[in-house]
Structure formats: C-alpha cells, structure tokens
Design a protein around this ligand. Structure first.
Ligand SMILES: Cc1cc2nc3c(=O)[nH]c(=O)nc-3n(C[C@H](O)[C@H](O)[C@H](O)COP(=O)(O)O)c2cc1C
Length: 545
C-alpha cells in the first residue's frame, strides 16, 4: 500500500498535527507490513499560487505553465493509494500554502462539467486519471479548546473534493498542548488512541470506542483556557488594543501556567501555598492552591507551605524532558523546604484535571492494589493457629479461599499470590500433623525473606501498595519514592527475620498460644515509625541537608 503524507503545517516536522499523523502512521505500519510511505512538507517546497490562466485546460492540457514543485506533488498524488492531509486549522480553513497546493491540482481535472450525482455542490469536473479506490485521511489540530464547530469549512472543502463523508477525519482541539512536556502523560495517551485509529483504519473502520476516545478533550475547557491565556505573558486589560502591554517575565509565565494546571478536585481540605523561588534570576512567586482554584501572588506576602528553590534552567530541563523531576532532586539540583506532601502528590495536583467524560470502550478502569490482601492471611495464620492449631488452620484456609474474591475489586500483586500459596501450604502441613514449634517460626522467616528479598528487585514490596496514594504506576518511576520504600521494606523485613528467632523461643514456652499477639507489639511501633519516616526522609533528601 502506498501512503502519501502532505504536511501542510509551516512548522514542518515540529508541527503539533504531525505528531498525530506520525502516531496514525505507526498504527497503520503495525497492522500492515507492506506499506510504502512518502512525505511532502509544504514548508520546504516551492508551490506558487495558481495564475488562473486555464492553460492547463486549453493550451497545454494536463500541464501547468508554472514550473515549480507542483509537478512532483501531482505525481505523488497519483502514486498514493491513501493520501493523508495533515495541517493546522488557520482561520477555520487550511493554511495558505496548502490552499495553493489544492488550487494547483487543476491540471488533474478535465475542463468539462458533469452532473454531481448524490454529491454536494452544483456540478463537477471529472478527473483526467483513474482515481477509483484511492482513499483520503484528514488529520488536523486547532488552537481552541475543542474541534467541535470549528471544522465546518474544512468538512465542506473535503466533502467537495472527495465526495460527502468519503474520507476519514481526525480533528483535535487544544493542539498546542502536544508541545508541553509536563502534559505528555495526557497527550501520549491521546496519541495512543490515534495510533489505535491507524491500526483500525487498515482493518476497515475506526471503531466507535476509539472515535469516542479521540473526541475527548485533552483538558477541561477552564483549565486549558487559563493555561493558554497565561502562556502569552500579556495581561488582559479592558482596552481593545493592548499593544502597549508589557510582557511578563518567563518565570512568571511559567508559574501562571503551572497554577492553571492545578486540579482543584484534589484539594486536600486546607489551602496550600507553594512558593517558587527561581534562584538564578532572583524572582519568587507564590501559588495559592485553594478549594475554588489557584491564584498567583507576586508580592510574597503569603506564608509558604512548601518552598521550591531552583534555577530556571533546571525547571526548563525538567520541562523539556531532559531530566526527571525526582532525579533532579536526588542530584541536589533543587531544594524543597517545608511540607513535602505536595511534592509526593505532585501529579495529583498539577497533572491537569481530566475532563469528565464517558470512558472509551477500549479503556479499562485502573484498579488499585490492596496491602490487606497480602497481610490478612499471615495475621490469621499467626494469631488463630497459635490459639488453636486445628481450628486456626481451618479458619486460615477459609480466609485464603476467600481472598480471590477481592481480585474483582483490587489488582493482585505477585506478593498476594505468593502469600496465598505459602499460607495455604503452612496451614495444610500443620493440619497434616506438622509441628507448629517449627512451622510458626518458619512462617515468620518466609514472611521476612519475602520483604527483604524484594528490596533487591526494581520495585520493593511496599511500593506495590503505597503507590496508590502517590499517583499509581507513575510513582514507580520516581527514584525518591522507590528509595523510601526500599528502606522501609528492608526494615520491616529485618524485623520479621528477628521475629522468627523470637518465635522459635516463644513456641517452647507456656505463652506459645499467645505468640501471634505478642509478635504484634513490635509492628505497632514500627507502624508509627513508618508513618513518620515516609514524610521525614523525602523531605530530608529534598531539603539538601
Ligand atoms: C494564522 C493562524 C490562524 C489560526 N486559526 C485558528 C482557527 O481558526 N481556529 C483554531 O482553533 N485555531 C487556529 N489557530 C491555531 C492552530 O490551529 C493551532 O495552534 C495548531 O495546533 C497548530 O498546529 P501545527 O503545529 O500543526 O501547525 C491558528 C493559528 C495561526 C498561526
């Protein structure tokens, strides 16, 4: 299959729209190996406007009198089985140079007028060439918050060119967001739907589910417009012509854009004041994160809850995706002072709220993991079977049998499955007459090993569960989050290795039936320590102390 991409953006390869087009092509290529692609970037071509002389119809039929790149374009259009028109919306239409290209296709038509059966308009010029079986895809981004209502001119144009609805279209609002690295998790998600559309297109049709996902807004209107307005750095005065308006500093623009991305739905119950201190340019701004939204203060009068001290260059590197925020912090490139909770939940606050729309059929809701699914079987084994061996083991087996019910609501982890296998094994062996004097300490030993050994893997045990409170799977990319969890997992693991030795002795005393309860005392203190440590340690690292 021959595919021609006509990139009509003056920005060439760095066009927002072209990102969608590339994703669509990737999807097509994934589905069909036998694809040949050619691309024409109009910004690099010499295509002059049509002179309107009609010499391509009378004096030199089929040949334009202007010698430029258009002859090559026509050859490629005839070569292609599918032509993808990729362009930004300009004044509700196509950019001027692309309109020139469209006009200059006149030599491909015959001058005679024919009836336009069942089609739009008042007549047609037949093609000089056999165009049957050729297909058209139109991909475009625009600057307003939605594509809805802005593409009537484009639809009308392509209805005339291809026949009503005889082409596939992907129109996307908020196009400028595709160049904002901070929003790449959302824009990449959108691009994955475009890729899926490319795959489905090759198979015949873009599904309703994918189409619905493509129709979703990238950000809610209010968030998007606040962010877009802030990006210009010009104050909106009451005056019509604000040509005298002074442009704000880049750091203030950056701060305002950040403030615009604040998701007020995640308001934690009390106001937060985030102070952004740009150390290299000596500027400092405060963002108040409140119940009703955010506000930027330039006079520094508020008391900061959290203060970030960093050179602008570091923010830029993070924004450009050259370094991850958490890595920059670990390298001491910036400091955080005050309450560190905001940093741990950064993506919750500044990920840009998602529009409230129906989930696409293709998207599966994300389920959380649940640490209780892993802990409860062990606790029941230790407490119940120490009090009464037979009944305790039977109760434990019952609990293990019920655990899979939780998998309907919660995502299971490797440790949930390992726990269920081990605890079931211990209960069965004890029921079969295995000595609890050996098996109880051994169960603590296994539990301790499970925790300590996990520290040598990429994701320590506790991170599998605590990530739910820190933005889900994304937290597993955060070096500081993983390091904090690694330390805690190791400490808990060692505690249970020690507990296994203690249990060995206790099981040989008169209080052996209370071993489960006695062994719960130390974990209570460890739990209190954990709550404190998971706040204190990241704050210590971030503070650069
Ligand atoms: C001259 C000009 C006219 C524009 N007209 C519109 C418009 O009518 N409607 C709209 O929503 N966006 C409009 N935009 C915004 C672009 O469509 C938007 O920024 C698009 O994502 C740019 O895509 P590109 O990077 O692929 O060129 C216009 C932009 C420019 C520069």
């Amino acid at each position: 299959m021959n595919i021609l991409v006509i990139n009509g953006s003056p920005k060439g390869g760095s066009s927002n729209t072209y990102r969608l087009t590339s994703a669509f092509l990737d999807g097509m290529k994934q589905e069909l190996q036998d694809i040949q692609t050619k691309e024409l970037s109009i910004s690099r071509m010499n295509i002059k406007p049509c002179l309107g002389c009609f010499s391509c119809w009378n004096r030199t039929p089929g040949q334009c009198c202007i010698q430029d790149d258009m002859q090559h374009v026509i050859q490629q259009l005839l070569w292609a089985d599918v032509t993808i028109w990729s362009f930004p919306l300009y004044y509700y239409s196509v950019p001027g140079p692309l309109k020139n290209l469209i006009d200059r296709q006149l030599p491909t038509l015959l001058p005679f007028m024919v009836e336009n059966e069942g089609q739009v308009g008042s007549g047609n010029h037949p093609s000089r060439y056999d165009m049957s079986g050729k297909k058209t895809v139109v991909i475009s981004t625009c600057g307003f918050y939605t594509a809805k209502g802005n593409y009537d001119g484009i639809c009308s144009l392509f209805d005339h060119l291809c026949g009503k609805g005889n082409y596939t279209a992907i129109f996307c609002g908020q196009g400028e967001l595709f160049r904002v690295p901070e929003l790449s998790s959302r824009t990449n998600e959108y691009l994955s739907y475009v890729k899926q559309a490319g795959q489905e297109y090759i198979k015949g049709n873009i599904s309703v589910g994918t189409q619905e996902a493509l129709n979703q807004l990238l950000l809610p209107r209010e968030t998007f417009e606040a962010c877009a307005d802030a990006s210009w750095g010009i104050e909106q005065s009451g005056e019509k012509n604000n040509s005298a308006a002074k442009r704000e500093s880049d750091t203030l623009i950056f701060t305002r854009q950040m403030a615009a991305l604040y998701c007020k739905e995640n308001y934690p119950g009390k106001d937060i004041v985030l102070e952004m201190s740009y150390t290299d340019v000596n500027e400092c701004y405060q963002i108040l994160l409140g119940k009703d939204g955010s506000h930027v203060y330039t006079d520094g009068t508020l008391t900061a809850t959290t203060k970030i001290e960093t050179p602008v260059t570091v923010w830029r590197s993070i924004a450009a995706g050259e370094i991850r925020g958490d890595e920059a912090m670990m390298q001491g490139l910036y400091k955080v002072k005050g309450d560190f909770t905001l940093m741990l939940k950064w993506d919750n606050y500044f990920g840009g709220s998602r529009p409230q729309v129906k989930q696409a059929e293709t998207a599966r809701p994300q389920r959380n993991t649940n640490m209780n699914i892993m802990l409860i079987p062990w606790i029941v084994l230790w407490v119940a079977s120490a009090i009464h061996k037979q009944w305790g083991c039977l109760i434990t087996l019952g609990v293990c049998a019920l655990v899979p019910l939780f998998y309907y609501r919660n995502r299971k982890t490797f440790y949930d499955i390992l726990t269920n296998t081990l605890v079931t094994g211990f209960s069965v062996i004890m029921l079969a007459g295995g000595s609890e004097k050996w098996l109880m300490p051994l169960s603590y030993l296994c539990f301790g090993f499970m925790w300590t050994v996990s520290c040598f893997g990429k994701v320590p045990l506790t991170a599998n569960y605590s990530m739910n409170n820190y933005g889900g799977e994304d937290a597993l990319q955060n070096t500081l989050f993983l390091k904090t969890n690694r330390i805690l997992t190791m400490l808990w693991g060692v505690l249970y290795l020690v507990t296994s030795i203690l249990t060995w002795f206790l099981m040989r005393t008169s209080v052996s039936s209370l071993v489960g309860l006695i062994n719960s005392i130390l974990p209570i203190f460890m739990g209190i320590f954990t709550v404190w440590f998971q706040k204190w340690y990241p704050a210590k690292v971030a503070g650069g102390k």
